[in-house]
Design a binder for this molecule. Structure first.
Ligand code: AMP
Length: 220
């Protein structure tokens, strides 16, 4: 049975952390548009070079490029049972494109957990965030420190601070989110699949609240 979940929330709300947990619990691939861009930047592809100019400024990568990239990812065999989308869609045009992509696969977005967090908490989180170089696992100096400083608990790789996690770029990313992404809250509310989740809680409690709104038939 196909299940598509798209996690919505501001930068720093915990989308990546929750998508990683849900992916494990539900046995579905975690697809993060930000991670795919970062992978392309690391490999110095044309897409990576283009994306970097936007990401470093805290701007969104243009819709056409982003949509094609996600379309390609969703066409891979591991998405046959469904996906946990993290950071896509981020604009109304991307939401429409996603609906079209899924329609071709005879399916649709089933659930949009909106992780709700206040702005001052977001900025605090982003500027203390450390990311693992190997697989993008996420830590925070105060709220979720790694067991050994600078090393990922899960795969032992080095932790680094993303260039776009500085306080100034973080503020701009939150503003971009308000202007371009937050209209999706009403869009998915109108579709009837939005679930507001309090994101200012322990990671496990946020995950518990999301799992509580996943329809029973999809849980293993
Ligand atoms: P994230 O890792 O989700 O915080 O994304 C990091 C950056 O990648 C964002 O600030 C954007 O510049 C870019 N990005 C990620 N997802 C998208 C998207 N769906 N549309 C446009 N840009 C995106």
């Amino acid at each position: 049975m196909l299940l598509t979940i798209s996690i919505l929330g501001a930068p720093g709300a915990g989308k990546g952390t929750q998508a990683t947990l849900l992916s494990k619990k539900l046995g579905l691939p975690h697809i993060s548009s930000g991670d795919i861009f970062r992978e392309n930047i690391k490999n110095q592809t044309d897409l990576g070079k283009l994306a970097k100019t936007y990401i470093d400024q805290g701007e969104l990568v243009p819709d056409d490029v982003t949509i094609l990239m996600i379309k390609d990812r969703l066409s891979r065999p591991d998405c046959a049972k469904g996906t946990i989308l993290d950071g896509f869609p981020r604009t109304p045009a991307q939401a429409i494109a996603l609906d079209e992509m899924l329609k071709e696969l005879n399916t649709r977005v089933d659930l949009v957990p909106f992780i709700d967090v206040e702005d001052d908490v977001l900025i605090n989180r982003l500027s203390g965030r450390w990311t693992c170089r190997e697989s993008g696992h996420i830590y925070h100096t105060t709220f979720n420190p790694p067991r050994v400083q600078g090393i990922c608990n899960i795969d032992g790789s080095e932790l680094y601070q993303r260039d776009d996690d500085t306080a100034e770029t973080a503020k701009h990313r939150i503003q971009v989110y308000r202007e371009q992404t937050s209209p999706l809250i009403d869009h998915y509310k109108n579709v009837g699949i939005l679930e507001v989740i309090n994101g200012d809680q322990y990671i496990e409690h946020v995950c518990r609240d999301i799992m509580a709104v996943v329809p029973k038939k999809f849980k293993k």
